[in-house]
Write a protein that binds this ligand. Sequence first.
Ligand code: KET
Length: 428
Amino acid sequence: MAMSRAAAATGAVTRRRLGATAARSMASWFGHVEPAAKDPILGVTEAFLADPSPDKVNVGVGAYRDDNGKPVVLDCVREAERRITGNMNMEYLPMGGSIKMIEESLKLAYGEDSQFIKDKRIAAVQALSGTGACRLFADFQKRFLPDSHIYIPTPTWANHHNIWRDAQVPQRTFTYYHPESRGLDFSGLMDDIKNAPDGSFFLLHACAHNPTGVDPSEEQWREISHQFKVKNHFPFFDMAYQGFASGDPERDAKAIRIFLEDGHQIGCAQSYAKNMGLYGQRAGCLSILCDDEMQAVAVKSQLQQIARPMYSNPPVHGALIVSTILGDPELKTLWLKEVKGMADRIIGMRKALKQNLEKLGSPMSWEHITNQIGMFCYSGMTPEQVDRLTNEFHIYMTRNGRISMAGVTTGNVAYLANAIHECHAVII
Ligand code: KET
């Protein structure tokens, strides 16, 4: 709104009276703002894009690429878009998002015939992809259980720390990975579950743990679930890779189903970034299983109230794509085939990377490359070795040694293996 002339004049007088010092500080409102640290994952993409080398390889961000290294739009998504075009309006979605998309998401996570869905016991809202779902939950946790903590696995997706930090929920960590075996530290994990105060919140990766690619076995999940019951802990599942672990979304929901069978109340963050390739559409869902329908209505209304001043309501296009695909048996079948295709290509690249390293005469064991699952291989390389890979070979990856297998292709796998061999295998 334009300022009246009188008000502008008063402002000018006030500024003169404040004197030179105040004027200087007014001129630099943000002079004290230091540049933020680079994001450990998305910062890698920025560095990759800035590198002019024709040899460069990006195995940083967990984003699927085809065998030519190109981003993929799934056929089911293209078909859904074709059906949507000209058929939609641009109205706001409700604060909680698309009801249809939420219904379909719940079926994926909780099971097609879930009694919890029938009993309307699940409070769920469409979220800004997996990140937004986690953030909404963290804010909800802070608001309604202000004294609670969140237990986060070591290691985890770096952004988990930021999300719960910004929601002002204090964090603790629990043991997860066993560096020597490059597998799960199951006894350490169980000890930490037992030693946490009763009724603690735990963040669990539902499948395809990021960054390690190491998941508990079904039997181990059962033991974890049992111990959660004994301790009355709350499991919050981040499910960003449903379908990417085994190639089958139903199988990848197994951990959640075990917890449900055991009578836990759970929270779940779902993302369609990876499994539908909808990265930039920000399509996801947050759900919380409640005691009964009345509680679910209350919880949902509170989640909406958290969303309203933050972004008001979620975007419509990605939600429509999701509900169109999952709501149509033919498109859903196509989607399942395409998810499996992506998972299989990654599994193939794991084998190829391992074989290439062995062919080079690497004396080390590379079994973990094929034992680990999902998008990532947690290579065991040190930050210094990763720096060498980047500086000498133009290979971009996170400094924790994580390789996004989704960025490995028939064309770059030999180059990658050779560089790893140079920087890693011979040093240790
Ligand atoms: N949880 C996990 C475990 C995860 O790896 C990601 C993304 C997300 C949630 C969030 O995804 P969203 O796009 O908000 O649905 N991970 C990859 C991308 C990123 O860091 O943003 C990654 O680890 O490379």
